[in-house]
Design a protein around this ligand. Structure first.
Ligand SMILES: Cc1ncc(COP(=O)(O)O)c(C=O)c1O
Length: 463
C-alpha cells in the first residue's frame, strides 16, 4: 500500500486536462482589454447578472434543447453555481414555518442535504424512490397525499413567518429536488412521461421542483459520440408549455445550470432558468439570518438586507470571461470536441474494466453502451454482490489499495425513510477525474478488495 499511487474514483470533478486553460486565458485577455467589458466585470453586477452572458446562455440553451419557443434572457439569471443557487432559491422561495417538506429522489446528490438543513429543514427531508425511468412519481404522489391526509400541520406557524412579504416571491408548500438527466449518483435519465407527471404533481401540491441540470451537456449515445441533448426535454421546458403553461407567474420548476462540470468548478458561475417572475425572485436573494426573536419581531417595515442588493450579481468578473467563451463558440466546441468524446472514451474504458474485472465477482451496474441509448454524466453506479457491504469495501479500498470510491450510503436522505433499499451495497465510480491506466488500475484494485472480502467470507463459512 505504501508505494501505491492514490487513485480517486470518488471525486466528481473534471480532470485538470479537461479544463480549457488556454481558451480561458484568451477569453480573459479579450474581456480585460476591452474597456466596456472590463468596466462591467469589475463593477457590482446587476441583480440578474451580466446581461450579455444571460443573452448568450439563452441562445445556447435554445440551440441545444430546441424548445418550442426560443429561450429569452429574461428567463435566465446568473448564479454563483448550482450550490450557491440552491441556497438562494431556498432563501427566497421557502419559509421553514410555511414550507412543509423537501422531497428528494433517492439516491440523491449528497452535498445538497446541508443546504436544506441550514435553511431550516433539518429532519424534514423525505426520500422518493427511483427506478430505471427516474423518480417514482406515483410513490411521491401517494406520499404527498398521505402527508396531507393526516392533517400535515399546515397552520402550525400561528401566523408567524420567518420572512417578510415581498412581491418578488411566493412561498411554496413543498420542494422537490432531483437530477433528472444523468443523475448523480445513479446516472438515471427520467423519462418524458415521468417528467410530465412530475410537473403536474408539483402544480397540484404547490411544490417547486429544483432540477439540477448540470450534466445535460455531457451525453452521448451508446454507439456514437454525438451529443444527444435535444433528446432531453427539461422539466422547465415542460412547465412552460404543459396544459397551457405555468399556473402563476412563478411556475413550478427551476432549472439549475452550472459551468462547473463544463469549464471547472473554480469558475463558480452558473445560471437559473424559469419564468421571468421566478428568476427575478432568485436575483433578489437575501442572506439575512433569523433568530427566534426575529421571527416574532419582524415586520414588513424592517426588511433583511439582500445579498444581491448589497453585493451585486455573483461571479461578475468571471461571467465576462465565460461570455467571451460562449460568444466565440469556444465553449460549445470544447464540449463537442473534447468533453463529450473524452466522456465517452473514459466511460467506455471504465465499463470495459468493470465487465472484465468485477462482473465475474457478482458486481452489476445499470448502464452499458450496448444496453442503453442515452448515456452521460460523470458516474457509474455499481451494485456489490449480496454478501458484501459498501462500508467494508470503501474502508478496505482506502487502507489497503489507496483507492477512494463513493460509498452508496452517502447518498441516502438523512432520516428520510427508505427510497432506495440497497444503498449499503452500492458504489459510485467517477470516470471524469482519473484517466487511462489509472482508471483501469482503480477498477483492478477494487476487484482485489472485493476478492479479499469474498475470500474472507468464504473462509469464515468453511471454518
Ligand atoms: C447534481 C449536482 N448539482 C450540483 C453540483 C455542484 O454544482 P456547482 O459546482 O455549480 O455548485 C454537483 C457537483 O457535483 C452535482 O453533481
Amino acid at each position: 500500500m505504501a508505494n501505491l499511487r492514490p487513485i480517486d474514483l470518488f471525486r466528481g470533478w473534471p480532470a485538470p486536462d479537461l479544463i480549457p486553460v488556454q481558451s480561458f486565458q484568451e477569453a480573459a485577455a479579450r474581456a480585460l482589454s476591452d474597456k466596456i467589458t472590463s468596466g462591467a466585470g469589475f463593477g457590482y453586477g446587476p441583480d440578474e447578472g451580466y446581461f450579455p452572458l444571460r443573452q448568450n446562455i439563452a441562445q445556447w440553451l435554445t440551440g441545444f434543447y430546441g424548445p418550442r419557443e426560443a429561450i429569452t434572457a429574461s428567463r435566465i439569471c446568473i448564479t454563483g453555481g448550482a450550490s450557491q443557487n440552491l441556497a438562494s432559491i431556498l432563501q427566497v422561495f421557502t419559509d421553514p414555518l410555511q414550507t412543509q417538506l423537501i422531497w428528494l429522489v433517492e439516491p440523491a446528490y449528497h452535498l445538497v442535504f446541508r443546504s436544506f438543513e441550514d435553511s431550516g429543514f433539518d429532519g424534514r427531508m423525505r426520500a422518493v424512490p427511483e427506478d430505471e425511468e427516474g423518480m417514482d412519481v406515483h410513490a411521491l404522489e401517494a406520499a404527498l397525499e398521505r402527508h396531507h391526509a393526516v392533517g400535515s400541520n399546515e397552520n402550525s406557524s400561528n401566523g408567524y413567518v420567518t420572512k417578510p412579504h415581498r412581491s418578488h416571491r411566493k412561498i411554496y408548500k413543498h420542494i422537490i429536488y432531483c437530477v433528472p438527466s444523468f443523475s448523480n449518483p445513479s446516472g438515471t435519465v427520467m423519462t418524458r412521461p415521468r417528467r410530465e407527471a412530475l410537473v403536474r404533481l408539483a402544480r397540484k401540491f404547490d411544490a417547486l421542483i429544483i432540477s439540477d441540470d448540470v450534466y445535460d451537456f455531457l451525453s452521448w449515445t451508446g454507439s456514437s459520440r454525438k451529443p444527444v441533448g435535444s433528446q432531453i426535454q427539461r422539466l422547465v421546458d415542460i412547465d412552460r408549455t404543459l396544459d397551457g403553461g405555468p399556473l402563476d407567474r412563478f411556475g413550478n420548476v427551476v432549472s439549475n445550470g452550472s459551468f462547473s462540470k463544463l469549464l471547472g468548478p473554480g469558475c463558480r458561475v452558473g445560471w437559473a432558468e424559469g419564468t421571468e417572475g421566478l428568476v427575478y425572485g432568485i436575483s433578489q436573494a437575501s442572506v439575512a439570518h433569523f433568530t427566534p426573536f426575529d421571527i416574532i419581531s419582524l415586520s414588513n417595515t424592517s426588511p433583511p438586507s439582500g445579498q444581491t442588493k448589497s453585493g451585486g450579481a455573483p461571479s461578475q468578473l468571471i461571467s465576462t470571461f465565460i461570455n467571451e467563451l460562449l460568444e466565440s463558440g469556444t465553449l460549445q466546441q470544447h464540449i463537442s470536441t473534447k468533453l463529450v468524446p473524452e466522456g465517452h472514451r473514459r466511460y467506455s474504458l471504465m465499463v470495459s474494466a468493470i465487465k472484465e474485472r468485477l462482473t465475474g465477482l457478482g458486481v452489476t451496474f445499470s448502464q452499458g453502451p450496448e444496453e442503453t441509448t442515452l448515456v452521460g454524466g460523470y458516474y457509474v453506479w455499481v451494485k456489490l454482490p449480496d454478501s458484501i457491504d459498501a462500508n467494508q469495501v470503501c474502508q478496505k479500498a482506502l487502507e489497503t489499495q489507496n483507492l477512494d470510491v463513493g460509498n452508496g450510503g452517502l447518498f441516502a436522505i438523512p432520516g428520510g425513510g427508505s427510497g432506495c433499499k440497497d444503498l449499503h451495497r452500492r458504489l459510485r465510480l467517477c470516470f471524469m477525474w482519473e484517466d487511462g491506466e489509472h482508471l483501469v488500475e482503480g477498477v483492478n484494485r477494487l476487484s482485489l478488495v472485493i476478492q479479499t472480502l469474498l475470500g474472507d467470507m468464504q473462509s469464515r463459512v468453511t471454518v
